[in-house]
Design a protein around this ligand. Sequence first.
Ligand code: HEM
Length: 509
Amino acid sequence: MITAIIAAIAVPVLFACYYKNAFKRPKNFPPGPPSLPIYGAYWIVLATEFNNLSEAFRKLSEKYKSKIIGMFLGPFKTIVINDPDMIRDMLYHEDFDGRVDSIVMRLRSYWKKLGIFFTDGYFWHVQRRFSQRYMRDGGFGRRDEDLEYVIEGEIKEMIDMAMNGPKYPAEHEMVKGDLVYMPHYFAVPFINGLLHVVSRMTLPRSEYHALWKLAKGALLFQRSSDDIGRALAQTPWLKHIIPNWSGYNALKEGNQALLDFYTRLIKEVMDTQEDSHDRHFLDTYIRTMKEDSTKGRSTFSVDQLALTCADYTLPAASATEAVLAILIERLLLQPDVQDKVHEEIDRVVGRGRLPNLDDRKDMPYTEACIRETMRLDTLVPLGVAHRATVDTKFHGYDIPEDTMVTANYMVLHHSKEIWGDPEVFRPERFIKDGQLNAALDKSLPFGAGRRLCAGETYARQCMFQVFAGFMQAFKVSTADGKPLTKPVPRLQGIINTLPDFWVRVTPRG
Ligand code: HEM
């Protein structure tokens, strides 16, 4: 009897407490879904569109009749911006330059806040500026003959592998008869190019297996979380209970290959360094670190150097190859696009030499195909989350310090007002009077503002070289010989990717 009375009182009280909490939100915060126990509004986001968070946020933005929606995702106060102009405003708003501190970030950096991606404030400012300034000496972020030459050499090996068959055991994983394995087949030029930038060293073909290990690890990492860190970010204790299911093990494993690689390389460099001159970026960093250690507030360390290299290599080993794999799928879906790319390459370059960056301005269609892929298939649909570093105002709302700020790039890239026919793959939309017209490209695949992708120029240049070189050599068709009629469902992660697949390549003679 007493139990029944207690239950009769406790249940409504608990329900009332929960109900009050569910709708509790900071004063003048954007409207949005209520919080449920443990994961807050994340349940509702998942229930709205389980396998497509950006689409879920778009729908919730419609439901709450607000371009900016606010909610708690687990412990994180979060706003999601679902409007092209507001996304731009957010990216250029200095108060939103922070990054969110979460387990997904910490587990990759010795449980500290290191690297470029996930640091902020003074530390990030110094380290990002230093890496951009001195990697430039190795050709990063600009035109550089040496770097182009290195990448061209890698493209030749990549083509040779498919044209003449594997030479080393690991290549059998990438090439089988006339089939090549997407996306990792494309990985080596991007990674070896970056290695040249930081260390003036590249791995020879006999050691490509080490680079594919990095690419596999990087892609595993990218696929094992999403921009809001999945359940693991919101309930980090899951790593102790279900390390596999929560993605914890995969994230760790994916990252470890990169850290091991750079820890070894940095040690080798330190062992052979001479004081008289800097051979490359790693030398310059280590020398600056030694000089800086006498000052009070140094941000330089060996761990930070390893994380910086890992932060540049992770996307070079995963994002760029993933974009090209999606572009290959577009060519399978729309063979006329492939014909136009071939026509342009033959007309501008011919077959006697590889396409190079001088050709880029004369090959608007090929360039536009890459841009259109990044628009339609937005690689990072929710960007990399920002954080409000102070209490601030945004479009009439009060946004408290430490709010996670997410841009829904899918809304920008699929806006009917901007693109007219956003769901159609149509590279011509970027071309006017036979030229690529930058003003027509309103997409922001690399973000904008101070947190703009630090590898945009490298990514754009290298993707052009690799794609154009590959297409000059081959015609692609499906592995089973049947026409592809609709896009394969994407795997949702930090970046959106296609499941790995084989594609048939036929030499163009
Ligand atoms: C097609 C390929 C790529 C796409 C679509 C892409 C996109 C992005 C986006 C959306 C961001 C977040 C911007 C923000 O926080 O607002 C980002 C950050 C970053 N990207 Fe890329 N990226 C690509 C390739 C690369 C490559 C190849 C590198 C390095 C070689 C790179 C290095 C970085 C770094 C270091 C950051 C962190 C910048 C910071 O937080 O200050 N990315 N990228």
